[in-house]
Write a protein that binds this ligand. Sequence first.
Ligand code: ATP
Ligand code: ATP
Length: 216
Amino acid sequence: MKKQFAVIGLGGFGEAVAVELMRLGHEVLGVDSDPDKANHLADKLTQTVIANATDEDALAELDLHRFDAVLVAIGAHIEASILCTMMVKSQEAKEVWVKAITPTHHKIVEKLGADRVLHPEYEMGLRVAQSLAHPNMLDYIGLGDNYFVIEIRPGEVLEDRPLSDLRIDDFEVRLLAIKHGQSVSLSPDPEQRLRRNDHLVLVGEEQALRRFSASL
Ligand code: ATP
Ligand code: ATP
């Protein structure tokens, strides 16, 4: 289903989000006070507007309540981000996401009612650290309470061996799926043999997942 989004602040982060939403088939309004930023994306987004997002009248003209979600991606200008978030909330936008750059910024926009606060650099830093520390881990999702879903690439020594050889049950982790290229098989049969380039998708506590990965 086609959705409508507004992205306020078209820096590196806002641009990446806006362009990807278009690629996914949605409609995107991009707003930036810098004419170069707005013009640069004029052909790539449904609509771009040059406006100062801290100007109440300019913001009111955008009718932000008609969008499924509004992303405030003004990062470095903390004051502008806070003011803009406050006004977007008072326009009763359905869902408001905000990019924050410091813990204080995070706390303030949360208090103002942001539905989700993002820290792209910090979150990317965690991801990069995790990938550096576990080179066979391709992706992960934190579920909270120290539980993770991870995607790993087992070593080639396991090629052609049945899944039961991995003794997954001994590690208090659960195998959710095997990925092979674009195909995914859920709850795979224990007698199924691993093929070259198969990826395992597992869920469990961090320590258990670590012990299991180390056993491969
Ligand atoms: P990024 O980390 O996304 O690359 P950046 O560091 O390039 O961001 P920021 O200062 O975080 O830039 O601002 C993001 C965008 O928000 C910029 O394109 C900037 O022109 C725009 N912006 C800043 N203040 C306002 C404002 N008051 N109204 C509208 N847009 C603004
Ligand atoms: P960079 O210099 O890498 O561009 P930054 O340090 O200016 O980024 P962030 O990495 O976004 O900005 O975060 C600012 C501070 O907030 C960091 O010191 C980080 O430790 C802290 N921080 C960010 N997100 C969280 C979080 N979810 N929980 C606790 N602290 C956080």
